[in-house]
Design a protein around this ligand. Sequence first.
Ligand SMILES: [Zn+2]
Length: 107
Amino acid sequence: MANLYCLPMCSNRSPAVTLFTIPSRKFVKKEKEIWAERSECIVLACKSDQHLKNLFARDAVKLCEVHFEGSDISLKDSSKDLREGTVPTLCMPMLTLAQIAYIQESH
Ligand SMILES: [Zn+2]
């Protein structure tokens, strides 16, 4: 099972694109919990399947950089890093009203 997971409509598989690990709820400490919960909710609202849930359970969910604003990405020792608290907002599939309600309800 590949570790790579991006959003369902994302066909970005270029090696030049940086992949960011999305925090998984079970693997973060207190201060990152809200961030992890939000990310998990948004990604699962886009596509909720068992494979994706398994990846979250193994802390192996990655999204490519096109889903994040440039200002949300920091450069650390010439490698890119996601700023804490950042959630994917760009190139997202259209969410249904039910999915939006689901995200809002969980927060
Ligand atoms: Zn992507």
